[in-house]
Design a protein around this ligand. Structure first.
Ligand code: FE2
Length: 323
């Protein structure tokens, strides 16, 4: 079965194609907002301008055509309203015009499932870390429970906001990581509540530290503190659940320092550590195609009238939609 997956929740428009569990293509284009950050209308404009090009590229890379596609999968949320609506309209148009079946996919579910697939894991404790989300997930049947999460902002947004406050040319986590290299640690607020995280105090203190000390030390200390907090709640959840595998996924999972810290923890606790290649941790259409195929096999297609954006679509609400 050939599935075409469309990712459109935020700054990335991507079209990926899978044949059953095999990924055939993954065309990706990410809008860089620069210093002004992500303005919803500009994201939607970007996605509209490149939709046809990315679709064409993905079909060519997969050596297939729209006629051969069986299922259109789209990212249904959580996400930013304007780009999400644009992507879903594109998915609905393709499904209607070419007479294909359609299914909506929860974005974090897709990150977790493609991660499991790449790392060859069956039942891991999932550490999902992205711009808007930071969650510890465990699966029961097809659906996930949230064991712990950020109580304010996502870890990726923490990095982006801090990068903007110190006026980095490109305000994102990857650029912040480069700046942090070789920095010295200064103490910052560390707030963990059980298996939950709180980042806002850390952000404010890091911004003050950047003025008092220097940007490099503040960036290094911010990232080290946020990652240490993440490791602490992950280890607590590991002891509670007695899982034998830990999978980290989502955009922030690409960070090598975070991977190193989680890996060291896994070695100490004698559990397997897994992470997908970067291409599948950044936002991408291949994960939507793969996850759409998984859901379609169990639950069949969605009615076109139910294909609407769900901007605050939590992973633990999937049961309401599919159950
Ligand atoms: Fe994502």
């Amino acid at each position: 079965m050939i599935t075409l997956g469309i990712e459109c929740t935020a700054h990335t428009l991507s079209v990926g194609i899978s044949k059953n569990e095999r990924i055939l293509s993954n065309a990706i284009d990410t809008y860089s907002g620069g210093k002004e950050g992500l303005i919803p209308r500009k994201l939607a404009d970007h996605h509209a301008n490149i939709f046809a090009k990315i679709l064409q590229q993905s079909l060519e890379d997969a050596k297939t055509s729209m006629e051969k596609v069986d299922l259109i999968a789209f990212s249904q949320g959580p996400g930013i309203g304007a780009p999400l609506s644009l992507g879903i309209s594109g998915a609905k148009f393709l499904a209607s015009y070419y007479g294909k079946e359609i299914i909506g996919v929860n974005h974090p579910y897709a990150h977790a499932e493609i991660g499991k697939h790449c790392a060859k894991m069956k039942d891991p404790l999932v550490v999902y870390l992205s711009g808007g989300n930071s969650q510890l997930l465990v699966q029961e049947g097809e659906f996930y429970h949230v064991l712990g999460e950020t109580l304010d902002i996502g870890i990726g947004n923490l990095f982006d906001s801090f990068a903007r406050s110190i006026k980095l040319e490109k305000a994102n986590g990857a650029e912040l990581s480069k700046l942090a290299e070789g920095g010295k640690y200064t103490e910052l607020p560390y707030t963990v509540k059980g298996m939950n995280l709180v980042f806002s105090g850390l952000q404010t203190a890091a911004e003050k530290a950047a003025q008092k000390h220097n940007k490099k030390d503040a960036a290094y200390s911010l990232m080290e503190t946020a990652f240490a907090m993440t490791c602490e709640i992950t280890e607590r959840a590991l002891f509670l659940t007695q899982k034998k595998e830990i999978l980290v996924c989502g955009g922030v999972a690409q960070n090598r320092r975070l991977q190193e810290m989680l890996k060291a923890m896994c070695e100490e606790d004698n559990v397997r550590f897994g992470v997908a290649p970067d291409e599948y941790n950044r936002d991408n259409g291949a994960m939507i195609a793969y996850a759409g195929w998984l859901l379609y096999r169990k639950y069949g297609p969605m009615k076109i009238e139910n294909c609407i954006p769900v901007t605050s679509y939590r992973i633990d609400r999937m049961k309401e939609i599919f159950g």
